[in-house]
Ligand binder design. Structure first.
Ligand SMILES: NC(=O)c1ccc[n+]([C@@H]2O[C@H](COP(=O)([O-])OP(=O)(O)OC[C@H]3O[C@@H](n4cnc5c(N)ncnc54)[C@H](O)[C@@H]3O)[C@@H](O)[C@H]2O)c1
Length: 439
């Protein structure tokens, strides 16, 4: 099947009549209390970890009349750990989540979504297609975290729901927060205006020391262990090329106004070799080729003690661009003369801007945000990279997007067995480039 997804983003933006950042405004009616005269917006959070909790704070900090009415998590202790700081800061005026609205388990999301006008989706990315699909089905306004899936099957579901969300005029903001960060917005606008000519190459990086590990505890079932240590299992996380590096690959797609047509790469596990390191790699280097022949080199690695680099660089026919989450946005000509240098002072926190802009649209009854389609395609870019590094083969976008390899367990229950299991010594199998079939 040929897919139409890879047309330049410029065209898809024109076609979709909606631009991230809110240029075209269409009125909608919020279901629930907001529509019936009360101006209170009911909020539910699905996935009450670090980001879900942070996003609730940011929703409240918009200053709108928002009440948290439901919380859902796979684990009860995670709800308690999240509820406490939220309640302590905002109190019963804004937090009305009695016992019967704290939902626990794999199906908890369905009940919580029902009770809300706006949902925050912040569980591990493997569940995002389920949670997003259900939220759209129930007609909710949505903030969802990146990545939005971990395999092509999940991406296709998110793309279908993204279309449905547009049809229903549901605002969807995705936590690819560089789209809400002023140095990226201002600098990329100037790149698109031809500031450094046509972009013909680039390098994007997420190289740092890695993330948390949750070691196996006595008495855990295999399912509970993998859920607690979710970063290290692809059905939950997608590997760090998907979970983190999606931010930088998304910037490349944004700058190019397009998505890659193929990827070729290498990767492996050099320092991440313990029993609690599951199946993910610790380094990936990929070249992504776009339809106009542009090659973007991408590198992500988790090597403690090595030189860190998290940024994006691009070369144009007339000069260079440098961007980073540390509020950089610099354009220079080929002689090094500065064309633009984004002022790093007083840039608003993009995590807050996402919520400020989303709730502003909601309160005004406007349909402004349709981030899910781009988020799905940028997540797909990361998954394409993983398919390339795991297989050691060049893989096209079309092959990757049409993959039917399903990472999800057959059944979601505490006694169910995930598809990837440890050997008798407690180590997990991982991909061997040149041997492993991934799509
Ligand atoms: N945009 C950003 O900069 C940024 C930063 C951090 C995290 N994130 C994203 O946010 C998401 C969550 O990350 P985190 O750091 O908060 O992780 P976390 O482990 O702190 O939180 C995830 C929570 O989801 C819960 N959960 C697991 N399965 C669930 C299910 N089926 N239903 C409901 N809850 C479930 C977990 O128990 C946990 O409480 C990830 O997708 C991550 O990539 C984005």
């Amino acid at each position: 099947m040929k897919n139409p997804i890879n047309k330049p983003r410029r065209d898809f933006l024109k076609a979709s009549a909606l631009v991230t950042g809110g240029l075209i405004i269409q009125p909608f009616h919020l279901p629930g209390a907001y529509a019936t005269g009360s101006d209170e917006i009911k909020l539910a959070v699905i996935g009450c970890g670090g980001r879900g909790t942070g996003a609730v704070f940011q929703a409240f900090e918009t200053g709108h009349n928002i009440k948290l009415v439901a919380m859902a998590d796979a684990f009860r202790d995670r709800i308690d750990k999240s509820y406490e700081p939220i309640f302590n800061k905002y109190g019963k005026e804004k937090v009305d989540v009695p016992e019967e609205r704290k939902f626990v388990g794999f199906d908890a999301y369905k009940e919580a979504i029902k009770l809300a006008d706006v949902v925050i989706l912040a569980a591990p990315p493997g569940f995002r297609p389920d949670h997003f699909e259900e939220s759209v089905k129930q007609g909710k306004q949505i903030f969802m975290e990146k990545p939005v899936a971990v395999d092509a099957i999940g991406i296709r579901r998110v793309l279908a729901s993204a279309e449905e969300a547009k049809r229903k005029k549901l605002n969807v903001v995705v936590g690819l927060q560089r789209h809400y960060q002023s140095n990226y917005r201002e600098t990329i606008k100037r790149i698109h205006d031809g500031g450094v000519g046509d972009i013909i190459g680039g390098q994007v990086y997420w190289n740092d020391g890695g993330v948390w590990v949750n070691a196996r505890q006595p008495g855990q079932t295999e399912m509970e262990y993998q859920m607690r240590n979710w970063y290290y299992f692809n059905w939950l996380c997608g590997d760090h090329i998907v979970e983190q590096h999606v931010h930088n690959l998304d910037v490349a797609n944004w700058v190019k106004n397009s998505y890659p047509v193929k990827a070729y790469g290498t990767g492996g596990r050099q320092v991440r070799t313990g029993k609690d390191h599951g199946e993910i790699f610790d380094h990936h280097s990929v070249t992504f080729t776009y339809s106009d022949g542009t090659v973007i080199f991408s590198e992500c690695r988790h090597f403690p003690g090595a030189t860190n680099r998290v940024d994006e660089r691009f070369q144009g026919t007339k000069g260079n661009a440098y961007l980073s989450a540390g509020n950089h946005g610099i354009l220079t000509d080929w002689k090094g003369k500065e064309i633009y240098n984004h002022n790093r002072e007083n840039n608003p926190n993009p995590y807050q801007v996402e919520h400020d802009e989303l709730f502003d649209a909601i309160v005004k009854g406007e349909f402004r945000f349709a981030d899910a389609e781009n988020a799905a395609k940028s997540t797909m870019t990361s998954i394409l990279g993983r398919y390339a590094t795991y297989s050691g083969r060049e893989i096209t976008w079309d092959e990757a997007l049409n993959s039917n390899v399903d990472l999800m367990p057959e059944r979601l229950a505490w006694d169910a067995r995930p598809k990837v299991l440890p050997n008798e010594d407690g180590f997990y199998p991982y991909a061997v480039p040149g041997k492993t079939k991934v799509i």
